[in-house]
Write a protein that binds this ligand. Structure first.
Ligand SMILES: *Cc1c(COP(=O)(O)O)cnc(C)c1O
Length: 363
């Protein structure tokens, strides 16, 4: 039986092939007689899983050799503290506030450092992206924080800023939780990238950190050892027990991504999916998307029914057609379709077909 199409913002749909492989290997991974979740993280079998996951991720994202890949725990919200604990030196940080997630990052960082707002799109209800040339960057900032895809508001930064050309020597830190592996990353413009796995890489519980080596080793004395990037890097992500099963699942997803042709091929598919959905919404008088065209997210598409009294009927009708978890985030309202890597274009087409039928039915 075909599975429904799941538009959850996260934890989100996984590729069916990945789930199938995990199911097949659940009781016995490669003849070891153990499930991956029953293995010592120090054993040979898990060592292979971890090494393969890191190698595949490095290949997929073209991570340069002078960056460390860390598999951590705590999610994006923990990184909101862990990044300033490691990088701020207790000094100043510039924040580009483009939605709920960067707002949260700013608030958390203020507990450890001087957090400044370099730019904000609050005046447009988080529907625009302030152009980098308008950012008020401070000369003493230890880093600049940007959420490169705002999952809740559906705002994506399609070209990472070149801070050097803006007169800043500070490294750029990106929260790429909700669009990691949906497109290539220009590492020449990034000092650190972090993201929870549960949007685009695997199950919840794994947090990915990719950090330039020279930014490691400057943690504040109060930084917990398990969250000190130097400790984590020196121990190959095994200072404490890493989230072994989540790493295994992410590793299977990386192999799936490679079979799909890698991240550049994924990006082309994601562009096509987003074009289909936004194109339909823009051509309709019944639905609307309020995000400025130049910064619309390819991953998270918030949309509204112009007559919001029809929201419940829309969600019930969608569910009956096997289109799940379309309700918008409570802070924005309306609907949100998250169309991560694992969502095939057939799923987006099914959503558009339903939206068209629903509109006709309501006419
Ligand atoms: C989901 C999300 C987070 C939060 O991650 P947690 O794992 O819940 O801590 C942070 N940032 C962005 C952009 C997200 O989409």
């Amino acid at each position: 039986m075909a599975r429904p199409f799941n538009f959850s913002a996260g934890p989100a749909a996984m590729p069916a092939e990945v789930l199938q492989t995990a199911a097949t290997e659940m009781l016995d991974w490669h003849g070891t007689g153990m499930s991956v979740m029953e293995m010592s993280h120090r054993g040979k079998a898990f060592g292979e899983i971890l090494a393969a996951a890191e190698a595949d991720l490095r290949e997929l994202l073209a991570v340069p050799a002078h960056f460390k890949v860390l598999f951590m725990q705590g999610g994006g919200l923990a990184e909101n503290a862990i990044v300033p604990l490691n990088l701020s030196k207790g000094g100043a940080i510039d924040f580009v506030v483009t939605g709920s997630w960067s707002q949260k990052s700013l608030k958390e960082a203020a507990r450890y450092a001087t957090a400044r707002v370099a730019a904000s799109n609050a005046d447009t209800q988080h529907t625009t992206l302030p152009p980098p040339t308008s950012w008020q960057l401070s000369a003493d900032a230890q880093y600049v924080h940007l959420c490169s895809n705002e999952t809740i508001h559906g705002v994506e930064c399609h070209e990472l800023p070149d801070l050097k050309s803006l007169g800043s020597d500070a490294p750029l830190v990106i929260d790429f939780s909700s669009h990691v592996a949906s497109r290539p990353v220009d590492w020449s413009r990034v000092g650190l990238a972090f993201g929870g796995a549960q949007k685009n890489l695997g199950p919840a519980g794994l947090t990915l950190v990719v950090v330039r080596e020279d930014l490691i080793g400057h943690a504040l004395p109060v930084c917990p050892s398990a969250f000190d990037y130097e400790t984590v890097a020196d121990n190959q992500s095994m200072f404490n027990t890493p989230p072994t099963y989540a790493i295994y699942m992410a590793g299977l997803t990386f192999q799936w991504l490679k079979r799909q042709g890698g991240v550049a091929a994924m990006e082309q598919r994601n562009i096509a999916k987003a074009k289909l959905l936004y194109g339909f919404i823009d051509g309709s008088d019944f639905y609307e998307n309020r995000v400025a065209i130049d910064c619309r997210s390819r991953m998270n598409v918030p949309f509204f029914l112009k007559d919001e009294r029809r929201n419940e009927a829309f969600l019930a009708g969608a569910h009956a057609r096997g289109l799940l978890q379309l309700k918008g985030h409570k802070s924005v309202g309306g609907m949100r379709a998250s169309i991560y890597n694992a969502m095939p274009i057939e799923g987006v087409q099914a959503l558009v077909d339903f939206m068209r039928d629903f509109e006709k039915e309501m006419a």
